[in-house]
Design a protein around this ligand. Structure first.
Ligand code: CTP
Ligand code: ZN
Length: 140
């Protein structure tokens, strides 16, 4: 098992469903960060069997909406002076604007230049969202 040390200062995104860590890494733009970032994949977990985990040695402002959209079950731990000071659980956002794109090839949003398309949560269990223009369901 590879050993990644505890953080002194920063953020740990924990309990990421195995396989989703890379997607979160990309969506949060962590590749553009100059601080230390570690993506651990397939870590053993008592609760989940396997999980992914991201450690960020920086106090950036995370886009919780994007996170809740990709994986609403993650835990976010904020670390200060080597101690976890705050733990946040996510819920999937009720509406999402400008992140999802409609997968319906006939949808107007795929033919005209419409920005900021809004999607509404229709199934929290499967994390499905409906397009405000055509109502077709989609997920990230
Ligand atoms: N962690 C870290 N650096 C710290 C403190 C915690 O990297 N200074 C990491 C731990 O390695 C762990 C996560 O943050 O992956 C959460 O740690 P902890 O606060 O110990 O909570 P747990 O009881 O492990 O997790 P939970 O209660 O959320 O299941
Ligand atoms: Zn649509």
């Amino acid at each position: 098992m590879i050993n990644v040390s505890k953080l002194k200062e920063g953020i740990v995104i924990d309990h990421i469903r195995a396989g989703h860590g890379y997607k979160i890494f990309q969506q949060l733009g962590l590749d553009r960060l100059d601080d230390v970032v570690v993506l651990m994949r397939n870590v053993d977990s008592e609760k989940m069997g396997k999980k992914d985990l991201i450690k960020i040695e920086s106090n950036l402002d995370l886009n919780l909406e994007v996170l809740g959209l990709i994986d609403p079950h993650v835990t976010i731990n904020y670390v200060k002076n080597g101690e976890r000071v705050n733990k946040v659980s996510l819920t999937p956002p009720q509406t999402v604007t400008g992140i999802l794109t409609c997968k319906n090839p006939r949808c107007i949003t795929n033919h005209e230049r419409i920005t900021d398309v809004k999607f509404h949560l229709v199934d929290a269990h499967t994390n499905q969202y409906a397009c405000e223009y055509c109502d077709v369901r989609t997920r990230l």
